[in-house]
Design a protein around this ligand. Sequence first.
Ligand SMILES: CSCCC(=O)C(=O)COP(=O)(O)O
Ligand code: ZN
Length: 203
Amino acid sequence: MSETLPHLRSELIAAGQFFHARGWVPATSSNFSARLGSDEILITSSGQHKGRLDDSGFLRADLNGISLDAGKRPSAETGLHTIMYQRDPAMGCVLHTHSVNATVLSMRLDAVTLQGYELQKAFPGITTHEGQVVIPVFANSQDIAALAVEVGQYLDAHPATVGYLIRGHGMYTWGASVADTLRHVEALEFLFECVYRQLLLDR
Ligand SMILES: CSCCC(=O)C(=O)COP(=O)(O)O
Ligand SMILES: [Zn+2]
């Protein structure tokens, strides 16, 4: 990888500040990671406030989620990050957020289907508003290993997926770089707000 650990860490710290200003990472929710190398990631340690991260809030882990920094405990949801890096050597970043819109929609819908929105073009390979972008909703679980298997099976069957929701919990999205993944978070949050407002208008 061309990006150094300090650079990736500062990008993730800035992401947390950006998300917190928008209310997408309340309390100690959410977790962030970026690839450091072929078999190593940088990930937030468990229990950090993601709007107030500093250099100490991160650790290195292998692709099985084992801490490479003695005494530091990775996110409780590390398995949902490592599954993405294991699946794709080009995977550069995974971001998980807990916005109100993502959480509310996940309680009401089995999938969020996006169609007709110009902002769908924020995702890789999408060149028109005309197609459908489906964001699946998985049942929440405290068994992260089992949830990661379920996510992996879904992605095997639906490789163009750009993100997913976990019911009553939050959103995961990913990309080749931190910048790409930030764009995906921002686009999904905009689109979730559109879907939410449309549901209100349709009542
Ligand atoms: C207080 S939020 C509950 C845990 C969670 O969903 C989350 O995203 C943060 O967990 P972590 O272990 O990464 O701090
Ligand atoms: Zn979470």
